[in-house]
Design a binder for this molecule. Structure first.
Ligand code: 5AD
Ligand code: SF4
Length: 351
């Protein structure tokens, strides 16, 4: 196992069979070896600084119907809201004063989030806080829309691929969505010049080791700048309400493997991981993660952005408590890095 982990660390890739060996070995030794290697790679790349991104959940409306998500359109009990431009600008203002230099505008696929609404909003954020990065996480849009939002001032986009295997993708999503379209969107984002994020949940219903290998290989091919990996957590008002949550250790293992494959990627210790595990942030960082995304939404709407049960949005997950996050990081010898934290390597080109 040692030689396999060393080969992954040195070559940044393995064969499918070798990934299978790593993923099916559930010994603590293998996990710890991967995590130790991954966290040293991250430290060599980024030091002990953890980048912070202020997450503004701008709308809980969604016309999509992903089976795993509490915001799916068939969930009639979901609490829907939309932030106004003034509310969003107010969040940025507060976040900027807290020291944040990335604003992530995240929302469901809300038909009211048209280009005509978003372009002036993004341009205004860009004008007012010129040294801050604007990240979008607004789902699938046309190539033209991605271009307009980029020109307005957004420079990063998070669009998890969710499942790289067509059958699993189709099982998790309604008929009108497709893996091909998702991959086209990701390629478009990369070619426009966005720092682009991909990723998947661990432990979605029906997910096997081979599905995870396909996820690793898809990311190996597309080389995303950011990689979001968190456990699946059931939501009580979805078809997967009774399914068990993803395994924390398997999630940490995938974070570590992703770090070894992508030494310069920006990898968050996700809110989902921190929701399932009380030490999710520190465990994620000690597996190679180097980003945390504190919640910057108005406190009144946080409970309404209810994508899975018991989602954390207070304490070390809250942008108004960065001192608590800072204290948490200090327990493992890390600190908050308040710089923008852009991806450093040259842009990827794909054919
Ligand atoms: N559990 C964990 N993560 C989820 N997401 C959506 N629903 C769930 C869930 N039930 C993730 C998806 C999406 C991101 C915004 O949240 O991967 O891309
Ligand atoms: Fe909508 Fe995103 Fe939830 Fe799918 S995962 S239902 S696109 S908010």
């Amino acid at each position: 196992m040692k030689s396999l982990v060393k080969r992954l660390t040195d070559n940044r890739q393995l064969t499918a069979d070798e990934y299978r060996v790593l993923l099916t070995d559930d010994s603590a030794e293998t996990l710890n070896l991967l995590r130790d290697n991954a966290s040293s790679v991250a430290r060599r790349q980024f030091g002990q600084g953890i980048f912070v991104r202020g997450l503004i959940e701008i709308s809980s409306h969604c016309h999509n119907n992903c089976l795993y998500c509490g915001l799916r359109r068939d969930n009639r009990q979901a609490m829907r809201y939309r932030l106004t431009d003034d509310e969003i600008l107010g969040c940025c203002d507060f976040g900027y004063r807290q020291g944040l230099r990335t604003f992530v505008l995240q929302g469901g696929e809300d038909p009211s989030l048209t280009d005509n609404r978003l372009v002036p909003l993004i341009a205004e954020i860009h004008r007012r806080w010129n040294d801050a990065a604007i990240t979008l996480s607004l789902g699938e849009r046309s190539d033209n829309s991605y271009r307009r939002l980029f020109q307005a001032g957004a420079s990063r986009y998070l669009l998890r691929h969710e499942a790289a295997d067509t059958d699993l993708y189709n099982q998790l999503h309604p008929r009108e969505m497709s893996l091909d379209n998702r991959i086209d969107c990701i390629k478009n984002l990369i070619s426009i010049g966005y720092q682009t994020g991909m990723g998947m949940m661990i432990g979605t219903p029906g997910q096997t080791t081979d599905h995870l290998i396909a996820d690793l290989q898809l990311m190996q091919w597309l080389c995303p700048h950011m990689i979001g990996i968190g456990p699946f957590i059931p939501h009580r008002h979805t078809p997967y309400a009774d399914h068990r949550p993803g395994d924390i250790y398997l999630t940490l293992k995938l974070i570590a493997i992703a770090r070894l494959m992508h030494p310069d990627a920006l990898i968050p210790a996700t809110t989902a991981l921190n929701t399932l595990s009380p030490d999710g942030h520190t465990a994620g960082i000690l597996s190679g993660a180097n980003v945390i995304m504190p919640n910057l939404s108005p406190a009144s709407v946080r409970p309404k952005y209810d994508i899975y049960d018991n989602k954390k949005s207070s304490g070390t997950e809250a942008a108004e408590c960065l001192n608590r996050l800072s204290a948490e990081l200090a327990t493992i010898g890390y600190h908050i890095d308040y710089s923008r934290g852009d991806h450093q390597s040259k842009a990827t080109t794909i054919s």
